[in-house]
Design a protein around this ligand. Structure first.
Ligand SMILES: C[S@@+](CC[C@H](N)C(=O)[O-])C[C@H]1O[C@@H](n2cnc3c(N)ncnc32)[C@H](O)[C@@H]1O
Length: 232
């Protein structure tokens, strides 16, 4: 996925295949680059994500697009029962977690209706081909009263911070990624924010799929966002 500035971002089946190949390629050094490029802030964001579920010990939680298993480990440590699912065999093979792992598409879950207490999903919304089927699957598989917590990057609302953030993610992160991993992948990652629909639309779409108490919090001045909701 070596998209240049002028090339359009891929869509549909082309995007699904490109995302899968990209994560297969960067899997071995994914955790290292993540920690470096976020100055370890990603660790705190994941903890907030897990806490925001407010689920009791033993609750069954799917971690969708689990990647190398960071959220699964945190869920486990919090006394919950995670199952990780991801599309990339490379990410699953690099995962460091005791949680069961399943190769599955988050847009077509191999899970029965209303069968899970909660769902987490970290930094994957912009990688999905379409958020409509993803939100529909959340509404289908979470039991009434169950919780979801979706963590994603964001752009700070403050214009000065947004400009600095744009330079960092657009210029510095691709260099770090290029030195330690795959430059093309880390040039794509900042651009992939363009796939995210406006926040208000995501919140409205979740309500339409049967969720209430749909809330969005900005983290670390708005460079990340956490969307939480309860299944009606
Ligand atoms: C940026 S990584 C995030 C990994 C992990 N959640 C974390 O917090 O570090 C995005 C993950 O989404 C996965 N992914 C992309 N599209 C997917 C899909 N349709 N179904 C399941 N996983 C998908 C990728 O394979 C990759 O592991």
């Amino acid at each position: 996925m070596a998209a240049t500035d002028s090339e359009p971002l891929p869509t549909g089946a082309e995007k699904r295949q490109a995302v899968r190949s990209m994560f297969d390629a960067i899997a071995p050094r994914y955790d290292l680059v993540n920690r470096l490029m976020t100055f370890r802030m990603d660790v705190g964001w994941r903890n907030r994500t897990i806490e925001s579920l407010h689920l009791p010990p033993g609750a069954a939680v799917l971690d969708l697009a689990c990647g190398t298993g960071d959220l699964c480990r945190g869920l486990d440590a919090a006394g919950l029962r995670p199952i990780g699912m991801d599309l990339s065999f490379g990410m699953l093979a690099s995962a460091r977690t005791d949680a069961p792992l399943v190769h599955a598409d988050a847009l077509a879950l191999p899970v029965a209706d209303g069968s899970v207490d909660g769902i987490t999903c970290g930094f994957a919304l912009r990688n999905f081909v379409d958020l409509g089927p993803f939100f529909a699957e959340l509404g289908r598989v979470v039991r009434p009263g169950g919780r979801i917590a979706l963590l994603e990057v964001a752009e700070p609302p403050n214009p000065v911070l947004r400009a600095g953030h744009g330079i960092y993610f657009g210029k510095v992160v691709p260099v770090i990624g290029g030195l330690l991993s795959d430059g093309a992948a880390y040039r794509y990652l900042p651009k992939s924010v363009a796939y995210l629909p406006p926040a208000a639309q995501m919140l409205a779409d979740l309500e339409a799929q049967g969720f209430f108490r749909v809330e969005r919090r900005l983290l670390s001045t708005g460079i990340a966002q956490l969307i939480t909701a309860t299944r009606a």
